[in-house]
Design a protein around this ligand. Structure first.
Ligand code: SAM
Length: 281
């Protein structure tokens, strides 16, 4: 078994092909994420800190730990390390315009129910559900009289903790539309800004693995599942979108990421606009 590429012989920890294959398979089984061969450097980089923290000498030791009884909790740390959490406020802003104009406005016009459910299904550090909450708060002036909820879930516990705290660097919020600035308040330092409680009270953050059981009861008006299935293989996508078809209301909405599509994956959704789908079956 050779260590990857000659230039890596100066690495702090020995990391060979067998270690990579074990970690990639475990990550795939638990998360659906596919780690191709070209992700070896990324995996090394993201896990080297764990090995230092655990005072281990090699990736082989780390793999043994993951297979042992004491290593059960370490699997969560592995998952946190290998997930890619890139996100931003109002990312792919056309989805939020569509949410306001085509989802919320018709529901508001038909005031009979006064109930809205949105799911941010891979919410990372919370910028996506807070953007949804700002859109909802701005669109529904009497929201206190509505049963309006945003479910925000992710597999990564570190990211969820950031979302629950609702504190971000001021640089994260520099492009926030002016209309929403009033939902941001000064945090403990000028560099830190905090999400207003008016947003927090709309959002429930929960840890949820998309591959596992979904404990939610009831259906959603719209689901944001953006920039996550890009990491999954086709069988995982097929199962996931079949289940999504069951949890979105008839005529409800699905938003996916800019480089994703449902071609050959699901015929339960019709493409209506840019990465914007309507449930049809
Ligand atoms: C690139 S971020 C996308 C965040 C946000 N949706 C956006 O578009 O800005 C992908 C997120 O998917 C999460 N993720 C990956 N696999 C998952 C799984 N099996 N179940 C739930 N979340 C998962 C990661 O933890 C990460 O936070």
């Amino acid at each position: 078994m050779t260590q990857f590429k000659q230039e890596h012989s100066t690495r702090e920890f020995i990391f060979d092909e067998r270690d990579f294959r074990f970690l990639a398979q475990l990550a795939n089984e638990r998360t659906g994420i596919v780690l191709a061969e070209n992700k070896q450097d990324m995996v090394y980089g993201r896990l080297a800190r764990r090995l230092r923290t655990l005072k281990l000498n090699s990736f082989a030791e780390y793999c043994r730990l993951l297979q042992s009884e004491e290593g059960v909790d370490e699997v969560g740390q592995l998952i946190n390390a290998i997930t890619t959490n890139l996100t931003s406020f109002f990312r792919e802003s056309h989805h939020f315009d569509h949410l306001r104009d085509e989802v919320l406005k018709p529901i508001i016009a038909n005031q009979s129910e006064r109930r809205i459910r949105i799911w941010s299904a891979a919410c990372s550090s919370g910028m996506e559900p807070y953007s949804i909450a700002m859109t909802m708060r701005s669109a529904i002036t009497n929201i206190g009289q509505w049963d309006a909820r945003i479910l925000a879930t992710d597999i990564d516990s570190n990211m969820l903790n950031i979302g629950i705290k609702g504190e971000y660097a001021s640089s994260d919020l520099k492009d926030l539309p002016a209309a929403h600035k009033s939902y941001v308040i000064n945090g403990d330092s000028p560099a830190h800004l905090r999400m207003d409680d008016r947003l927090k009270e709309l959002i429930a953050f929960r840890q949820l693995n998309l591959l596992e059981n979904w404990p939610m009861k009831g259906t959603f008006d719209a689901v944001f599942l953006r920039n996550v299935v890009i990491y999954f293989d086709k069988p995982t996508k097929l199962k996931l979108f079949a289940r999504l078809g069951d949890i979105i209301k008839p005529d409800g909405w699905l938003y996916i990421g800019h480089s994703e599509n449902l071609h050959g994956i699901s015929d339960r959704f019709e493409l209506i606009g840019r990465t914007t789908y309507r449930k049809v079956k």
